[in-house]
Design a protein around this ligand. Structure first.
Ligand SMILES: Cc1ncc(COP(=O)(O)O)c(C=O)c1O
Length: 373
């Protein structure tokens, strides 16, 4: 599609994916693992040999994401963690990485274990101290998550990029490419758990990496390793992703509006101690978020209810529309009492993490009011 098309147009048209063979306005699903050659042993299509490397459905989904990110190249993986692991595997044994602390616990846990096994020096640093550390500490890779899950800290991507020569990888899952194009702000590689808002229907597990420099050595390792080591997304999942992304800008817009309204309402509630949401003016990262995010502040927020674990769990137990389940970015609203799941990570006992869906905002507020009441 044309370079001038806006995200809503790219997404609605799935970056031009149709089915020329049938004339269908949506792409066909091609599950074949292998592809034929003619009598002279020439592949019928030079770009389709074996599906660990070649899939039209994968390419279609990747092209939508590539255009949305303004990237040179995009690669899909079977989960967000597989995408994260793919970039960390490029760090040489004995190297050094700087990783933001207080991010998605699954990332922290895996990175700690990986760095120990590979004798990589791991420097974990709070979002507030990232720039200072990056300025003084040479590294092979810097990994940040913005907004962070579940603290909703927003990192100034350009400032981190300017502070260190290392490859900067940004997990922008909670922002989505609709609200933040991390590559435009200086990231070398942007990562998303596509399991979240990019798919948005809680029925596909996927991860994605996009880069500005597809000739960089690190990217070539990532690309070759995906093919050779086989961390590939299946065609059906890729087809579902392409289908889901047609409404990504609409969903993100609605989820962000709902989250903003709910965050403002809850902040004023007498049973609530605080709300972490980048869209709230009192949030310490609001100014960075205002500069870096466009069209809203995303679907993720954390609510600190007055009291402790018992009070938080009582509220969570009384909610009716907000399903009690982990994950975020789906069309249905979810809540999670993270302290129950990861008590050792310093998560406050009274924190309820909320993923706001596309329901009617009045219904969502009424549900919280009755639960807090
Ligand atoms: C911010 C963030 N990054 C990465 C991941 C990992 O993604 P996946 O579950 O698709 O492996 C998650 C999962 O919750 C996440 O919230």
């Amino acid at each position: 599609m044309s370079k001038t098309h806006k995200p809503a147009t790219i997404a609605a048209h799935a970056a031009g994916a149709v089915d020329p063979q049938s004339g269908g306005v949506v792409p066909a699903l091609q599950p074949s693992t292998t592809f034929m050659r003619d009598a002279d042993y020439v592949p019928l299509r030079a770009d389709n040999i074996y599906s660990r490397a070649d899939s039209d459905n994968l390419r279609q989904a990747e092209e939508v994401l590539r255009q949305l990110e303004g990237a040179a190249e995009t690669l899909l993986f079977p989960s967000g963690m597989a995408a994260i692991a793919a970039v960390f595997r490029t760090v040489p044994n004995g190297g050094r990485v700087i990783v933001q602390s207080g991010i998605y616990w699954g990332t922290t846990a895996w990175v700690r274990d990986f760095c120990t096994r590979r004798e990589i020096t791991l420097v974990e640093v709070d979002a507030d101290d990232l720039i200072a550390t990056c300025t003084t500490t040479p590294a092979d890779l810097v990994f940040v998550e913005t907004p962070s899950n579940p603290w909703l800290k927003t990192v100034d991507i350009q400032a981190v990029a300017d502070a260190n020569a290392a490859t900067l990888v940004v997990d922008a899952t909670a922002a989505t490419p609709i609200l933040t194009r991390a590559l435009d702000h200086g990231a070398d590689i942007v990562m998303h758990s596509a399991t979240k808002a990019i798919n948005g229907h809680s029925d596909v597990l996927a991860g994605v990496l996009s880069t500005r420099h597809n000739d960089a050595t690190i990217w070539q390792i990532v690309r070759d390793d995906r093919k050779m080591a086989g961390a590939i997304l299946g065609p059906f999942e890729a087809w579902l992703l392409t289908r889901a992304m047609r409404t990504l800008p609409l969903r993100v817009e609605r989820m962000s509006q709902n989250a903003q309204v709910l965050a403002e309402h809850l902040l004023g509630h007498d049973k609530v101690a605080d709300v972490f949401y980048p869209g709230l003016p009192h949030h310490p990262c609001h100014d960075v978020a205002k500069r870096q995010m466009q069209g809203g502040y995303g679907s993720l927020l954390s609510v600190l209810v007055k009291g402790g674990a018992q009070e938080a769990l009582a509220v969570v137990g009384r909610l009716q529309l907000f399903l009690r389940a982990t994950s975020l970015g789906g069309v249905e609203s979810l809540v999670e009492h993270r302290h129950t799941i990861e008590p050792h990570t310093g998560i406050p006992e009274n924190l309820i993490r909320v993923s706001v869906g596309i329901e009617d905002s009045g219904d969502l507020i009424a549900d919280w009011d009755q639960a807090l009441g």
